[in-house]
Structures are given as structure tokens and as C-alpha cells.
Write a new protein. Structure first.
Length: 348
């Protein structure tokens, strides 16, 4: 992904690189991740002379830790803005006789976000393009299971706050989408969950060209080294020798549709899918029972405090129906009763 970003920076002669957070996936990132980001920035500055890079932390980052050395880095053209109070200090970039003011707003709660925007707007410069870089959840945006969930709408901000800027570069939501007329989420450059990959299979970067009339956007897709793919089918088909060769290099989640559970399916499946990450089985997924909650197959309520054989058998009927969607066959119920008697006899 980073190699693709470097190629785009060089090929399209990009003037400013914006990273709207998250930079890392946790407040204390692994040393390998830090080295990787450092290597990327170093190579980017060397490959594109005069490149200006601006980054802000997201909700996964530790703003305090990221701020180390930010003053020195700014002298090399890398601006790492980690404090909300610095949002009133624009970064002025001059390119080809044109000036652009970049305003930075890292992740803060919704009330602090609105207050910061209120302090920035009176300072917007006329006659030049004003660009906001922010990490937030814009109201009406579509999220996925990759982002942290918030309760209700307390952490959402109104897209109306973005009015007055020529362009707003947003981070946080992993799907590429608009937030009002001037704000855009490019989405995460890689998919970080199977549901995210299914909802927005095309990942990449946004290239923005600022003009006197506003901005023009171009989405630049990239091909990941390993795609995230969900496959569904019967175990016999998915584990057949040589099946689905087009997915050997992908990260795969398999859902087995067999009506009965399959014992230890992972190893046979890995012969076809070496990067198998998860196996789900339809046989273990809950099916709604055809009778009211708290009632057994006969429709009679089951008293939880009863622990005799008849109560246990009734519990078995209810559980079986919830899992399979229908009551157990007489022979299945008889087998369970026999096992129950053996267990009872052994416990005496």
C-alpha cells in the first residue's frame, strides 16, 4: 500500500500529502509500525523534492506520544499537528505563486470540535484556498465494524460545520464517501475487516486539485497484496483438492453451509486457502425458534428451577429448536434421553 502511495506521489507530482489519522492502530504502536512510517516519510520526501506532508492523530493514536519532535520535523516539511489548541495556527503552503492555508483539527469530542471550528472560521484568509484536515465522525456517514463504535449520536459532528472551507480532508470512517458538499473521506487505503471489504471493495487514495472555483477530486485505486474475501459453500466443495485457485493468495473467511457441524475443518481448508483467517459454520448459528421464548417444543413453559430429567429433556428440545429451527426427531430425542440416563446413573 505504501509503495503504491510513493508511486502516486512521484507520478502525479503531488505538492501536499495529507494524513488525516489514524496513523497507527493503537496508542502505543509496535516498533515495526513506527519504523515503517518513518521509512515511508523519508522516502517520500527524497522522491518528491519540496513535498509538504501534514498529519494529525486519530482516535486510535496517542497525541502526546506523536507530538515528540514535531517542531524539528516541521523544518523538514513534515507538520505533525497533535493539539486542538494549535488548530488556529494555519500551515501556509506556497506553490507556483499560489497560497493555501491548511487548518488542522485532530480527534476531539463533538463539543470541542464545534468550539474549535468556531475559533478557526473568523481567521480564514480571503483570496486563498482554506483547507481543513480533521478526524471525526460526520453525521450521516456510513461506518463499518472496523471503526470503534459510539453510543448514539453524541460523538457525531454536523457537516454544516465544514461550510466556508474550500476543501475538508477527513479521517476516521473507512468507507470512501462525501460529508456535505466540500468534505470527503478517502476511506482506509486497505480493508481491515471482511465486512468492510464487502461493503467497499475498491480501496485507494483521493487526489485533490484545488482550483479557483473549488476542487476537483480523482480516486486512485490500488491493488492490495492480499485481498479480504468471504467464501460460502459446503465443506466438500471448499476442501476439494485444488478448488478455488484464484483465492490462494487472499485472506479468506469461510462460512460452511453444511446442515451438520464439521469437525476440525480448518486444516483441510488451508490446503486450498493458506491464508485462512476464520471459519464459520451455519450449523452453529442460531435459528429463531417457531414458538414463543421460554416455551419448549410442546409449548409449555420450562421452569428454570426444575432440574429433574423431564426439565432437562425440555431444555434440550428448546435448545435444539433454537439451533436447528425445528423440534428434534423422535430418534434424536430418544438418543439424548438415553445419554441423559447414563450421565445420571454415572453421577450417583
Amino acid at each position: 500500500m505504501l509503495e503504491s502511495a510513493l508511486a502516486i506521489l512521484v507520478e502525479r507530482r503531488v505538492d501536499v500529502l495529507l494524513v488525516a489519522g489514524d496513523i497507527y492502530d493503537r496508542s502505543i504502536p509496535q516498533s515495526e509500525a513506527i519504523r515503517l512510517f518513518d521509512d515511508f516519510l523519508t522516502r517520500a520526501v527524497e522522491a518528491v523534492p519540496g513535498l509538504v506532508a501534514i498529519a494529525i492523530p486519530g482516535n486510535h493514536d496517542s497525541a502526546a506520544r506523536l507530538s515528540f519532535g514535531s517542531g524539528l520535523l516541521s523544518r523538514a516539511g513534515f507538520y505533525l499537528r497533535t493539539r486542538a489548541e494549535d488548530s488556529i495556527l494555519p500551515i501556509i503552503v506556497k506553490k507556483g505563486g499560489e497560497r493555501v492555508a491548511f487548518w488542522t483539527l485532530p480527534f476531539v469530542d463533538a463539543a470541542a470540535f464545534e468550539a474549535a471550528i468556531g475559533r478557526i472560521k473568523p481567521l480564514l484568509e480571503s483570496g486563498i484556498s482554506n483547507v481543513l484536515i480533521a478526524h471525526c465522525f460526520a453525521r450521516g456517514g456510513s461506518s463499518s465494524e472496523s471503526e470503534r463504535s459510539f453510543i448514539g449520536t453524541a460523538e457525531e459532528v454536523s457537516p454544516s460545520l465544514f461550510e466556508g472551507f474550500a476543501y475538508v480532508a477527513l479521517g476516521h470512517l473507512h468507507r470512501r464517501q462525501a460529508a456535505g458538499s466540500v468534505a470527503r473521506y478517502p476511506g482506509s487505503p486497505l480493508a481491515y475487516s471482511f465486512s468492510e471489504a464487502a461493503a467497499s471493495p475498491e480501496k485507494g487514495f483521493l487526489l485533490i486539485d484545488l482550483t479557483s472555483e473549488g476542487f476537483a477530486e480523482e480516486f486512485l485505486p490500488i491493488s492490495p497484496l492480499h485481498r479480504l474475501v468471504r467464501l460460502e459453500g459446503r465443506f466438500a466443495d471448499l476442501s476439494a483438492p485444488g478448488a478455488f485457485p484464484e483465492h490462494r493468495g487472499d485472506f479468506v473467511e469461510v462460512r460452511l453451509s453444511d446442515p451438520l457441524p464439521v469437525l476440525d475443518p480448518a486444516d483441510p481448508l488451508k490446503a486450498n486457502f493458506p491464508n485462512l483467517l476464520a471459519v464459520r459454520q451455519a450449523a452453529f448459528e442460531r435459528v429463531e425458534a417457531p414458538w414463543p421464548d421460554g416455551a419448549g417444543a410442546s409449548g409449555e413453559p420450562v421452569a428454570p428451577e426444575r432440574r429433574d430429567a423431564s426439565a432437562v429433556l425440555s431444555d434440550f428440545r428448546s435448545f435444539y429448536a433454537e439451533m436447528k429451527g425445528s423440534p428434534p426427531e423422535p430418534e434424536t430425542e430418544a438418543l439424548f434421553a438415553e445419554l441423559l440416563k447414563e450421565a445420571d446413573d454415572a453421577s450417583r
